[in-house]
Design a protein around this ligand. Sequence first.
Ligand code: ATP
Length: 136
Amino acid sequence: MADKLTLEVVTPYGSVLKEEVDEVVAPGSEGEFGVLPGHVPFVTTLKIGMLVYKQGGNTGYVFINSGYAEVSDDRVLVLADSAERAEDIDVERAKAAMQRAEERLRQKENVDFARAQAALQRALTRIEVAQKVRQS
Ligand code: ATP
């Protein structure tokens, strides 16, 4: 049994990361789940949330915008609608997206609430994930 996992995060916009890691915690639709080397194979859906991985003494944080995760052969493959490493998140852009979504949710008519809610959740989660590497 290998003592590492290969973590790969792929989106329609391109590959976000491919790393050898020790442990992954991902935002499953039914709740967070952790994967260590030797985990049984499975496939699950992901919700908007934060993926965390441990690599030696370091911890990495990745924003995940829904998708799927496949675990097999000590590999975690995440296929997400969009995703960014915490370091790559543009916080000003996320704040602007948050304000647009909040504005839409304040309107009473001609608003797709589910879409605006999802946009708001993406923005809030991006801000939260970005803070993980910006805290001093
Ligand atoms: P926006 O309204 O700002 O476009 P969004 O949630 O609609 O946000 P997505 O559809 O999730 O954006 O992503 C579109 C592309 O833009 C993806 O490549 C995604 O990684 C990138 N992206 C979106 N928001 C940010 C951000 N705040 N920082 C870095 N990249 C971002």
